[in-house]
Design a binder for this molecule. Structure first.
Ligand code: 13P
Length: 252
């Protein structure tokens, strides 16, 4: 049985004061939520204060990115050791915004996954097709390439990964994939994971959906067999919306 994971990706939003206000509200609203893992990924600048604020609560901490080296002359980058030091359990890797704006290739994503796992972090690996790729009927081909290249050489002994299927055309657009569309890609991802690892291992890996998840569509998405949670952007910045999404996963 895979425990659902609801993760809030705050992206490049919230000052320290705003982050604290949001997390204090989430702690109150989510304190009785059980049967679901809850994660927030604030910007780097707020990780330390959020870590202190969530101590002893049921909310876990993640970062939105890392560099693939542990330390060294890499101006402006943040290493896996640094985010571990800040109390992060998870890190998001290969988000489409990083692939698009920072030209992160599957090879870079692969290196980041490797270094995250080596440093005992759990990696949330993002994949997803663009609108053009979907319209050209290339969705499965794109997903296959991102999954296979991203996970190349990753050993099963350190496989603390979650996959997030985030169709690029659904991110921040208000237009979510339908539950059936998402479930179909999730099932395909699980088949790929079975081929790369084994059926047994693949059946234990959570596959989240991301892209315009809101309180109004989350229950329907979560009810699909292959959808094990959500990676939430915009709606995670509002405590009430994020709480409703968490609740919809508790009810499945
Ligand atoms: P939205 O929920 O704002 O569409 O963003 C999804 C996302 O990119 C989460 O990582």
């Amino acid at each position: 049985m895979r425990k659902p994971l609801i993760a809030g990706n705050w992206k490049m939003n919230n000052s320290i004061a705003e982050s604290l206000a949001l997390v204090e509200r989430l702690k109150v609203l989510l304190k009785d939520s059980s049967g679901v893992e809850i994660l927030i990924a604030p910007p780097f600048t707020a990780l330390a204060v959020v870590r202190d604020a969530i101590r002893g609560s049921n909310i876990k901490l993640g970062a939105q990115n890392i560099f693939w080296k542990d330390s060294g002359a890499y101006t402006g980058e943040v290493s896996p050791l640094m985010i571990r030091d800040l109390g992060c359990e998870y890190v998001i890797i290969g988000h489409s915004e990083r692939r698009e704006y920072f030209k992160e290739s599957d090879e870079v994503v692969n290196k980041k996954i490797g270094t995250a796992l080596r440093n005992k972090l759990k990696a949330i690996v993002c994949v997803g097709e663009t609108l053009k790729e979907r319209e050209d009927n290339r969705t499965m081909q794109v997903i296959e390439s991102q999954i296979k290249r991203g996970l190349e050489g990753i050993s099963t002994s350190e496989l603390r990964i979650v996959i997030a299927y985030e169709p690029v055309w659904a991110i921040g657009t208000g237009r979510n994939a339908t539950p059936v569309q998402a479930n179909e890609v999730h099932a395909y991802i699980r088949r790929l994971l079975s081929q790369i690892f084994s059926e047994d291992i693949a059946s234990g890996i959570r596959i989240l959906y991301g892209g315009s998840v809101k309180p109004s569509n989350s229950a329907e998405l979560m009810s699909e067999k292959e959808i094990d949670g959500a990676l939430v952007g915009g709606a995670s910045l509002d405590a009430d919306s994020f709480t409703q999404i968490v609740r919809s996963a508790c009810m499945v």
